[in-house]
Design a protein around this ligand. Structure first.
Ligand code: SAM
Length: 206
């Protein structure tokens, strides 16, 4: 199938693939808090980089966006493609290992919610730089990551993951107009917790 390429699953991708196979059947399709924060900033041509079940992508399409939705999970991309066909939505799902994916287009908005921490830090920072480079002038980047202090590690490849510094995203978007920069903390199983940072930044026009 053209859009379902061979992708070598990491522990993280297998973790989410199993979760998505359960959730896709249950229609667990509500936007999470980070997607709710992102949605008002999405317009025009949108890249959802690490789209999961594509809830944000479909919400963006409903408000007139054309969305490219990328993820390594076969369950996620099968779901995205089937839903796009069923609803006639402008959402194009593609399965890819995003640690090594080369973008060949620019976008009005790039969203990457809950993805980059699954890469080792040099890869995560390289991919973030690539995402920034593919935002059009005046467009927005929306990036959400786990940060230092997170103690819930079950979904990680322990040999390859990245907890960003608490203020790292803001520093990496120096020179951009910061629309939102938010910290959030959630309890996780076995008395652990997750600490997130979400940034929404607008690229200068010149
Ligand atoms: C926490 S989920 C976030 C999904 C969605 N953005 C959301 O907010 O619900 C992490 C996503 O990253 C994807 N992922 C992890 N490693 C990946 C990789 N190497 N390439 C592509 N996707 C990957 C998983 O399949 C999963 O969909």
């Amino acid at each position: 199938m053209r859009y379902l390429r061979a992708v070598t699953p990491t522990h993280s991708v297998s973790f989410f693939d199993a979760q998505f196979r359960r959730q896709a059947g249950d229609a667990a399709l509500a936007l999470n808090p980070f997607e709710l924060l992102a949605l008002p900033y999405l317009h025009g041509e949108v890249l959802d980089f690490g789209c999961g079940l594509g809830n944000l992508a479909f919400a963006a399409a409903r408000q007139g966006c054309t969305v490219t939705a990328l993820d390594a999970s076969a369950a996620a991309i099968e779901h995205v493609r089937a839903r796009a066909a069923r609803e006639g939505a402008a959402v194009h799902g593609l399965r890819a290992d995003l640690r090594a994916h080369t973008l060949d287009a620019d976008y009005d908005a790039v969203a990457s919610i809950g993805l980059l921490m699954f890469f080792d830090c040099p890869v995560a920072r390289r991919v973030l730089a690539q995402l920034q480079a593919h935002v059009r002038p005046g467009g927005v980047a929306i990036v959400n990551v786990l940060v230092e202090g997170t103690t819930y590690l079950e979904m990680f490849d322990l040999s390859a993951h990245c907890l960003f510094g608490a203020d790292e995203l803001r520093a990496r978007f120096a020179g951009w107009q910061i629309e939102r920069c938010e910290a959030a903390e959630f309890a996780a199983p076995n008395d652990t917790h997750k600490r997130f940072c979400t940034i929404i930044a607008r690229k200068p026009r010149s």
